[in-house]
Every structure is written in C-alpha cells, then in structure tokens.
Design a protein around this ligand. Sequence first.
Ligand SMILES: [Zn+2]
Length: 72
Amino acid sequence: MSFQDKSIQCSQCGTTFTFTAGERRFYESKGLTNEPGRCPQCRKARKQQNRGPSGSWSSYASRAMLSREYQQ
Ligand SMILES: [Zn+2]
C-alpha cells in the first residue's frame, strides 16, 4: 500500500492542512484508519483543553488510558 500527501480542510477552523504520507503511515500503523478532521493547531488546542473522551480519533490515547483506570 502506498501513501500520498493529502490536503484536508479542518472541520473546526477551515484551514487546509496537509496530511502527509509519513503521518498516514504512522496512523495506519497505530490502527487508526480515520483521517484527522482537524488541523494540527486545533488538535493541539483540543488536547490542551482536555475535555475528556469523545468519539474523535484524537482522543484515542486518552480513552485508552481512561478505560485502563476504570478497570482497576
Ligand atoms: Zn483547525
């Protein structure tokens, strides 16, 4: 499977950003097949706000951490 850079429009601020081939490969290797809906800036801002788990792909890691805490 080959990866190519892809332009995506941020669903939050409307900026067009590039989802690079390297990033696509990285996400794929993590099992994340969804494309990011937000630009890196919005993702970063969202992470800093830390509003808890949601359906967004960007909260994948925090959800995994939370579910681990609930299990104990
Ligand atoms: Zn944005």
